[in-house]
Structures are given as C-alpha cells and as structure tokens.
Design a protein around this ligand. Structure first.
Ligand code: HEC
Ligand code: HEC
Length: 249
C-alpha cells in the first residue's frame, strides 16, 4: 500500500514539474515567434525611404501657426507650433533643439546666414519651415530662439507693439489694471500697502530687484492677496506692478 502511494505521488510531482517548465517555455517560444515577425516587418516595409518620407510629409506642409496674431508671434511660439516638428527630435538631419553639438558649427556661420537659410530653405529644410504665412521677423525670432537653446547669444527681433505679443505694456494695460484693482489698497497705502508714487515706501521692497518684488506680489504677502486679487494672467499682474514700481522711481 505504502509503495503504490509513493509511485502515485511521484507521478503527480512529475506532472507539476512538467507544467512548471513546459508552460513558460511554450509562452516564451510564442512571444519570440511574434516579436521576430514584428521586427522583420519593421525592417522590410516601414523603414523604406518611401515610407519614411511619407511619414515626414505632413510636417513639411504645416499651415496653422499658433501663439498669437500674425506678425506678433514669439520665437518660442513659432518653434512650438512649426519648427518643433523636425527640430524637436532632429528629424531628417535637422539640428536638434537644445543640442549644442549639433548647433555649434551652424551658429558659427552667424545669424544672417542662419536666417537666410531658414527663410529661403536649405536642403531638406523647407523655406520658413513650410509655414509660408510666417513673417520674416517671426522666422528670425524662431532662429534666435532655437540657436540660443543650442548655445548662441542672438537677440530675437522685438515684437512690434509688445502689447499684442504676450508682453503686456505697463503704461497702458498695467495702468488700467492698477486703476481697477490695485488702487484700492496701493492708492492710499491701506493695510500697510506701499503707496503709489511713494519712493520711500517702495525702496526697501525693491532691494532684491523688481522681479523678486513682483514674484512676492504674485504669491501674496500678509494683507496683500495673491496677485492683489487680480484674476488675469501673471503677465498682466506684472504690468500693473511695473506701472506702480515705475511711478515710485
Ligand atoms: C520639415 C522639417 C523641418 C522643419 C519644419 C523646420 N526645419 Fe529647419 N532644418 C531642417 C533640416 C533637415 C535642416 C538641416 C539642413 C541641412 O543642413 O542640410 C534644418 C536646418 C535649419 C537651420 C540651420 C541652417 C544652417 O545654415 O545650418 C535653421 C536656422 C533652421 N533649420 C531653422 C528653422 C526654423 C526657424 C524653423 C521653423 C520656422 C524650421 N527650421 C523648421 C528641417 C526642418
Ligand atoms: C487688498 C489690498 C491690496 C490690493 C487690492 C493689492 N495689494 Fe499689493 N500689497 C498690499 C499690501 C498690504 C502689501 C504689503 C504686504 C506686506 O509687506 O505685508 C502689498 C505689497 C505689494 C507688492 C510688494 C511686494 C513686496 O515684495 O514687498 C507688490 C509688487 C504689489 N503689492 C503689487 C500689487 C498689484 C500689482 C496689485 C493689483 C493687481 C495689488 N498689489 C493689489 C495690499 C494690496
């Protein structure tokens, strides 16, 4: 009796062992079969030059440019809506954004040559990156933005009438926001607010620089609510703060 029991349990143990080794083996072989099929596909059909250029096609015909009114788009805005489609990853041999090694020799040609190539096209680089509605200045801004990220120190051509571009003009919009919001406290110096035009009240607040004072204003400080309770953008708040700060200089 005890002998046949031992044989039976050996048989069960054998089956368990076979399942433990056999099942994963089959799964492994199946996976290998499928993935090798996939990699064959990849090399044979999807990597041909036709297939690659078909994938590159759409980026060359970009039409929609986001990031502001025509003419007033910043280098960053143009890059992020147009140039990024190639330069973001370095497609088609384009110098990749932020890659100082890829940009070094190109930057050495100077801003004018880079700009000429970006405007008129250069080998696989389409004229204006394929976005014909960009103004020349917008393309120049994008060139400066990309080149600077690759180590250059070019100046982006300024956006005419900065108010339209993104930077908000302290003397118009800033003044307006001051008049509708900030004046409630800063007009009279209520609740300990530095008073408009009061040089002595503003001086200690500006000792770490204008940007630092504005950053504190964005966060709020004691009786000063975040952004002074203003609901608009940080840029607009900044313009209002600059309007006040300029008046106290
Ligand atoms: C369809 C892809 C594509 C798009 C979109 C694109 N570029 Fe390019 N760009 C290239 C390629 C490719 C090169 C490299 C050309 C070469 O050196 O042969 C290049 C090179 C450049 C260069 C260096 C030229 C030189 O003299 O070395 C600048 C500057 C440039 N691009 C600016 C831009 C700007 C600005 C935009 C957006 C407005 C843009 N590119 C959009 C593909 C693109
Ligand atoms: C409810 C009253 C109130 C309103 C409204 C208000 N502020 Fe203030 N603000 C203050 C007070 C109070 C302080 C000083 C806080 C302190 O030092 O304790 C201050 C300080 C500041 C500072 C200086 C921060 C620093 O570094 O010391 C800036 C900048 C500023 N406000 C900008 C603005 C702007 C811009 C607006 C309008 C968009 C605005 N404030 C609206 C009360 C106000």
């Amino acid at each position: 009796m005890s002998g046949s029991n031992a044989t039976a349990s050996k048989g069960v143990a054998g089956m368990v062992l076979a399942a433990l080794i056999g099942v994963p083996l089959v799964v492994y072989l199946l996976i290998k079969l499928f993935t090798s099929g996939m990699s064959t596909n990849l090399t044979s059909s999807t990597m041909t030059s036709e297939a690659v250029s078909a994938r590159l096609q759409p980026v060359g015909v970009v039409k929609v440019v986001e990031g502001g009114a025509p003419g007033s788009r910043t280098g960053k805005g143009v890059f992020e809506s147009v140039c990024i489609s190639c330069h973001g990853a370095g497609l088609a041999g384009s110098p990749k954004f932020g890659d100082a090694g890829a940009w070094g020799a190109r930057i050495a040609q100077g801003f004018d040559t880079l700009t000429k190539h970006a405007l008129g096209g250069f080998n696989a680089m389409p004229a204006k990156g394929g976005a014909a509605d960009l103004t020349d200045d917008e393309v120049k801004r994008a060139v400066a933005y990309m080149a600077n990220a690759g180590g250059a120190k070019f100046t982006e051509p300024p956006v005419a009438g900065a108010a339209a571009g993104g930077a908000v003009d302290p003397n118009t919009k800033g003044k307006e926001i001051y008049g509708s919001t900030c004046v409630a406290c800063h007009g009279s110096g209520a609740a300990g607010a530095p008073k408009f035009g009061d040089k002595a009240a503003w001086a200690p607040r500006l000792k770490d620089g204008v940007d630092a004072a504005i950053a504190i204003g964005v966060k709020g400080l004691n009786a000063m609510p975040p952004k002074g309770g203003y609901a608009g953008s940080d840029e607009e708040f900044k313009a209002a703060a600059l309007y006040m700060i300029n008046s106290s200089k």
